[in-house]
Each structure stands twice: as structure tokens, then as C-alpha cells.
Design a protein around this ligand. Structure first.
Ligand code: XMP
Length: 506
């Protein structure tokens, strides 16, 4: 295991992920807990992350000097490098100009870090401070035009450091540099995988929970489903899952969730709350209002169920790493008030939280889901908004409109899967617009709904590009929907990206 010591940089989790991609387990530890964690976890190496501070500022995060004397291999990145320099007798100074972006860097391939690489490299720089004088026992192994020490090493002590960000893709050989550190400096075996993660996570859950009770709100999305599977494998009947079926899911989805979990040994409760939700949504057309009502009602239903169960010891949540960052991002303007289960803890009486997926990125959660044998239908489910189809039926929501949308959406998804595009398009769905138009079917005039198809590719859902679905696939979808679904006589394909549009229509 590698411990990534966190000094507040923005790429810390990315570093961890890069290490895991090389089949070596890694975990982030806040710098204040570093010494304890090292003693307890016995890692084979450490990585010091970047950070926004300046090492000479008294308030800046610092490293316990004992850590540098433990004989462990260390890789310092950016601020992490400057900390090593400062603590081992070198000097760090402020430069008069910031070095930022892709930078030509000359490296020494004789260093284990750059083994196998060309002398000239492109790296990603983002710093003002730099190491001016090396600490004793170190030598310079990379430099740029404006940064004399872009990397340094002390072979004897196994301490290496880079000023640039090897973890970001803009550093052309960042993966190799990290791999060199892991394999050639730390002698990592590189045989870790998601099965090991699952076993370790289960062990940790068992240790924490003992024979106490854990409550999980299951939405049927990827994260909560993987979380449920992991928990049930670990603690079986001590897991209580409440699945609130608000009647706003896609076709068959509620049954699929029930099917996947009802006989697994957990205490599975499906709450059929469709009528409650529809009643409260009656006559409501404003998107934000819809979200608000659904969020509130969700909590009420959960509260009612929770009351029947009584106090539990733990509340589990399928929080994943991007959620952790997102909830920390305070000032961003509210474009849409995203509803998910974040509001739950206040209504449940519990002592502690369990969040086994907190360190993982979405694709890692999927790998984990596959490793623990979760139904591929659930593993590969595309993201689905908490308010469900309520924000994909424009205007007032009725059962009839929901049924039309469900059938149309199902056909769209079916054809995308048949075309083999379901893993490449990140989100795709149908939207039932409030627009009716004139059509002709056989000898008759029709006056029916316009359906919009939406499909996007994106890596983070913050920006997105509309998916270039081949005309033939779109044609098949269109023909099938107008033939198989009543009350739709016109289909349009949404060709706007985000921004300026958002992914959902409401
Ligand atoms: P937008 O429409 O803002 O969507 O571009 C970005 C991503 O967020 C999802 N989304 C939601 N998820 N509650 C959720 O849990 C919501 O209220 C909500 N609104 C949008 C959307 O499906 C897309 O993946």
C-alpha cells in the first residue's frame, strides 16, 4: 500500500487513482494524521501531494520530520517537493513569475524516476515557489528554462521529488514516472485489484459494524447498488435497505432493483410511494418546484419508514469521491438544485456513517461492482437524476405522460444498446415535451406529443457534447417509437452541447 499524504492540493485523489491504475493500492491521508497512519498501515512508500501554500509561511501544512527519517521511499510532488527541500536543509524561494502549463523539461534518464524516458519531456507545471538550493545528499535530475530544479533525488535515502504534476495527463509521461516510482523505487508488486479492494472494504465494514444494524437508502443507481452489494456481502441480515419507489423511474427499473436485492439476505423494503409523489406533484410545472417537492417527499417517506424501524447504529451512503469534492465547492451558482439522498441524516437516528466508496471515482465503482458480481444491468446503469422522470416530462406530470415517456425511453435505450453504443454514450434518454403538433397516421390527422431524444458524451457532466449517433440508429429509434408508442407523432434530436444547454431539459 502507498499512502498519499494530503497537503491540500487539487489533484490528490487523482494521484491516488494513478497509483491504483498501476495495480498498487493507495489511499489519501491528511498530513496531520500522516505519522499515525504510517505506523499503523505500514505502507511501502509515500507520496507527498501538492498544495496551495508556501512552505515558509508559519501557518502552512508541514510534515513531521520523523517521517523523512523512517527509511520509506518518498515521492514529493510540487509543494511536497518543496517541503522535502525545506525540511532536509535546502532552500525554497519565490520566483518573480509563475511557471504554468505545458513546459519543456530536460530529465536525466539515469534517475530511476525517468528510467526508459527520453531526455526531453513535456511536463505540466503550476507553481511560483521553487527549490533554489538542494538539500545535502540530493542531486538535480530534471530542469526547465525557468526552474533549475524541476526534479531531485537522493538515491541512498530513496527520496525523489518532482516540481511538475506527473499525475495529470498533460505531463506526457506522467504515468511512466509514477510507475517507475512504484516499481523501481518502492518495489511494488503491482498485483492489487478491485477484488482486494472489495475484501478489504468488507473486512473494514465487519470490524466497524460487528453485529449492529446498518440502514441504507437504496436508489437503484450505480453507487447505492454497489454499496448495497458490498454491505450485504459483509454483514448480511444486519443490513436494512429502504428503496423508495417514487413511481418516477424508468421502465422496469423498480422491479429490477427489487429482483437484484430481495433474496440476498438483507432486510429489503420497497416502499411503493407513487401515489404520494404524484399527488404532491399535481398541477406543478416549475422545474425547481418539482425538485423541491420530490426532495421533501422523499425525506418524509423515509422518515415514515425509519420510524417503523427505530434507531439504527449506522447509516450507509454510496457517496463517491466526486460527491465529496462537489459538496465542498461552496460558491458555485445554483443552476439546478440537485437532489439526492444528501438530506437524509437529519431524519434518521444513527450514530455513525459508513461510506465505503468515498475514495473511488465512478469508473472504479463500476469495476468494483463487476468484481463483486453485481448484476451488469445495475453496474452499467447510466446516471439518473434523483427527481427521475419528473424532470423529463415537461410541464405538468400525469401518469399517462409518464407511461408514454417510459415506453419511448425504453425503445431509445434498447436501440442504443443494440447498436453497441451503450458504454460510449454517457447519458441518453427521452424527454416528453409539452408541445403537440399535427401529424398524419394512415388516413387520419393526429394531434400528439413531440418527443425529444437527448444523448451526450461527457467525462464529468459539468460540460457535455451532444452524441453523434449515426442517422441509421436515430431512424430506427424514430420509426419504432412512433409505431409502438401511442400519442407521439414527432421526434426531434437535441443537438446542443452543455453549455449553453444543460443535459436535462428541466
Ligand atoms: P444538468 O442537467 O445540470 O445535469 O446538465 C448534469 C447531471 O446531473 C443530473 N441531474 C440531477 N441529478 N438530481 C440528481 O440527482 C437532480 O435534481 C439532477 N438534475 C440533473 C443529470 O441527469 C446529469 O447527469
Amino acid at each position: 500500500k502507498i499512502l498519499v499524504i494530503d497537503f491540500g492540493g487539487q489533484y490528490n485523489q487523482l494521484i491516488t487513482r494513478r497509483v491504483r491504475e498501476k495495480n498498487v493500492y493507495a489511499e489519501v491521508v491528511p498530513y496531520k494524521k500522516a505519522l499515525d497512519a504510517i505506523k499503523k498501515e505500514k505502507p511501502i512508500g509515500l507520496i507527498f501531494t501538492g498544495g496551495p501554500n508556501s512552505v515558509y509561511d508559519a501557518k502552512s501544512p508541514d510534515i513531521d520530520p520523523e517521517i523523512l527519517d523512517m527509511g520509506l521511499p518518498i515521492l514529493g510532488i510540487c509543494y511536497g517537493m518543496q517541503l522535502i527541500a525545506k525540511n532536509m536543509g535546502g532552500t525554497v524561494t519565490k520566483s518573480d513569475k509563475r511557471e504554468f502549463g505545458k513546459t519543456k523539461t530536460m530529465v536525466d534518464p539515469a534517475s530511476k524516476l525517468f528510467d526508459g524516458l527520453d531526455v526531453e519531456q513535456t511536463t505540466w507545471m503550476s507553481h511560483v515557489d521553487y527549490v533554489k538550493e538542494l538539500p545535502e545528499g540530493f542531486r538535480t535530475v530534471a530542469s526547465t528554462d525557468s526552474c533549475p530544479v524541476a526534479a531531485m533525488e537522493n538515491r541512498e535515502k530513496n527520496i525523489y521529488a518532482i516540481q511538475f504534476h506527473g499525475e495529470v495527463n498533460h505531463t506526457e509521461n506522467g504515468h511512466e514516472i509514477i510507475d517507475n516510482f512504484l516499481k523501481k523505487v518502492c518495489h511494488a508488486k503491482g498485483d492489487w485489484n478491485m477484488h482486494d479492494f472489495a475484501n478489504e472494504a468488507k473486512r473494514a465494514i465487519q470490524e466497524k459494524v460487528g453485529d449492529k444494524k446498518v440502514l441504507l437508502a437504496l436508489s437503484g443507481g450505480v453507487d447505492s447498488s454497489v454499496c448495497a452489494k458490498l454491505l450485504v456481502d459483509a454483514i448480511g441480515e444486519n443490513l436494512i435497505c429502504i428503496f423508495v419507489d417514487h413511481g418516477l423511474m424508468r421502465k422496469n427499473e423498480g422491479d429490477e432493483v427489487e429482483e437484484a436485492f430481495k433474496d440476498t439476505g438483507m432486510h429489503f423494503i420497497r416502499v411503493d410511494a407513487k401515489d404520494r409523489f404524484l399527488k404532491r406533484l399535481k398541477g406543478v410545472t416549475d422545474p425547481e418546484q418539482k425538485r423541491k417537492i420530490i426532495g421533501e417527499e422523499f425525506i418524509r417517506v423515509f422518515e415514515d419508514e425509519g420510524r417503523k424501524i427505530g434507531a439504527v447504529d449506522f447509516l450507509a451512503q454510496g457517496t463517491i469521491y466526486p460527491d465529496v469534492i462537489e459538496s465542498g465547492a461552496g460558491d458555485a451558482a445554483v443552476i439546478k438544485s440537485h437532489h439526492n439522498v444528501g438530506g437524509l441524516p437529519a431524519v434518521v437516528d444513527f450514530k455513525d456513517l459508513i461510506e465505503p466508496l468515498r475514495d473511488l471515482f465512478k469508473d472504479e465503482v463500476r469495476q468494483l461492482g463487476e468484481a463483486i458480481g453485481l448484476d451488469p444491468k445495475l453496474v452499467w446503469r447510466q446516471p439518473f437524476p434523483g427527481p427521475g422522470l419528473a424532470i423529463r416530462v415537461m410541464g405538468e406530470i400525469t401518469e399517462e405522460k409518464l407511461d408514454i415517456l417510459r415506453d419511448a425511453d425504453y425503445i431509445f435505450r434498447d436501440e442504443i444498446a443494440k447498436a453497441g453504443m451503450d458504454h460510449d454514450i454517457n447519458q441518453y434518454f427521452a424527454v416528453l415535451t409539452n408541445n403537440r403538433s399535427v401529424g398524419v397516421m394512415g388516413d387520419f390527422r393526429t394531434y400528439d406529443y413531440t418527443l425529444a431524444l437527448r444523448a451526450v458524451t461527457t467525462s464529468d457532466f459539468m460540460t457535455a457534447d451532444w452524441a453523434r449517433i449515426p442517422y441509421e440508429v436515430l431512424d430506427k429509434v424514430s420509426v419504432r417509437i412512433v409505431n409502438e408508442v401511442e400519442h407521439i407523432n414527432r421526434i426531434v434530436y437535441d443537438i446542443t452541447s452543455k453549455p449553453p444547454a444543460t443535459i436535462e431539459w428541466e
